[in-house]
Design a protein around this ligand. Structure first.
Ligand code: ATR
Length: 273
């Protein structure tokens, strides 16, 4: 029998997840059906439970429901617990398991696809919202030489540092605190990739040979990536690989089979121009 999965969000029309999972299923000969469901803003839990009652086996969860996905879980992973958010649920009888694959997806994209091991690197995360919180733990596990969080509102960066203090030695501050520091990997986890606003980054924030990574995907050269290019950065990437890698983690978790990601990333890549 065909097993059913879905991605839930609001809005959801833009989601690439059905295409990605369909390609994974074809490549691994898995008999699954994967759809996109727009849950009402005040009806996330009912939509999840309704999908499960109709035989659904699991769901991916995107904005704005990642916090609620964590809340309805009976068995959240440590990653999901620290993020306070989940992007993937698996139904097992009455249990709802939850995990958050955004961070491992980002780390796999950086290290495997972009050949950028984080160990020994100076890493800067821009932003202190849900996107940063969701990826912090897996990044912190990679033994970077230093891990900074810089945010427009410095207090939010400090709060994040305190929340993760037991798990990672972080530096935190506003953008002005970056003056005089440079980084090998700079990741934009603010929402400016979507709003096309520039960030007030001090000159010199990009070390020679740095990689600039925009977490948003498919938007071409965002203001952040343009800033990086203008600073002489040669290696720029957007979040298409992170998207596909987090989907691959979900697929393995649900199906027990690891799909190849390269061809899917190539298919979804929008040139950075
Ligand atoms: P998400 O879940 O995408 O992280 P969020 O929790 O609303 O969304 O967080 C948005 C992040 O983008 C925050 O770090 C926000 O900075 P503030 O905490 O100071 O609001 C950041 N952000 C949004 N617009 C920005 C801008 N124009 N310049 C700098 N940072 C911005």
């Amino acid at each position: 029998m065909t097993d059913r999965y879905a991605v839930l969000g609001h809005p959801i029309g833009h989601s690439k997840s059905p295409l990605i999972h369909r390609l994974f299923a074809q490549a691994t000969a898995q008999d699954i059906d994967y759809t996109a469901i727009e849950a009402p803003l005040d009806g996330f839990k009912q939509t999840v439970l309704g999908f499960r009652a109709e035989g659904g086996r699991g769901v991916n969860v995107t904005l704005p429901f990642k916090l609620q996905a964590f809340e309805i879980a009976t068995d959240p992973s440590d990653r999901a617990r620290l993020a306070g958010a989940a992007n993937c649920l698996k139904f097992e009888g009455e249990r709802i398991r939850a995990d958050n694959f955004d961070g491992v997806g980002l780390v796999n994209d950086l290290q495997r696809n972009l050949d950028c091991p984080l160990a020994g690197k100076r890493v800067l995360l821009l932003g202190a919202g849900g996107a940063t919180r969701g990826v912090l733990l897996p990044i912190a596990a990679e033994q970077a030489a230093g891990l900074w969080i810089a945010n427009r509102t410095a207090d939010k960066a400090h709060a994040l540092r305190q929340d993760f203090a037991a798990h990672a030695a972080l530096h935190s501050g506003g953008f002005e605190a970056l003056a005089g520091h440079s980084f090998d990997v700079v990741i934009n986890a603010t929402s400016t990739g979507l709003t096309q606003e520039a960030l007030p980054l001090p000159a010199g924030v990009f070390a020679p040979g740095a990689l600039a990574y925009e977490m948003v995907y498919g938007k071409g050269l965002t203001p952040f990536l343009q800033q990086a290019r203008a600073a002489g950065v040669q290696r720029v990437a957007d979040g298409v690989g992170m998207l596909v890698e987090q989907a691959a983690e979900a697929f393995v978790w649900w199906r027990g089979v690891r799909p190849d990601t390269r061809a899917v990333i190539d298919r979804l890549t929008v040139p950075l121009v």
